[in-house]
Design a protein around this ligand. Sequence first.
Ligand SMILES: [Zn+2]
Length: 116
Amino acid sequence: MHELPVTEKILDIIVAHAERNNVQKVVTINLNIGELSDLEDEWIQNYFDYLAKGSVAEGAKLVIEKVPVVMNCNGCSNTFQVDIKEMKEMQCPDCDSKDYTLISGKDYYIKNMEVV
Ligand SMILES: [Zn+2]
């Protein structure tokens, strides 16, 4: 269960941002979460509902968009998207190399939020 610290961090950022901008209430928060991050949408919303009580973000709805896993081949510099179910077997579709670097799909970040 690593959703709790992640949710705390998200809430911290939201509250700090709301204070700087004199926001009265946060209505919706759009999050991008990498497919590899292993975070369950439902848990994040549950923790958020609990943690946000009494803050400007109380009752805010989280809209979570999954970010696909993208690799960059170290052999030919090709960039390709990966199905996480096929991660073990994967190789560069261009040069068949198995040497590549993850460039997206592991992180999470706040895309934007709707406030009143
Ligand atoms: Zn390649």
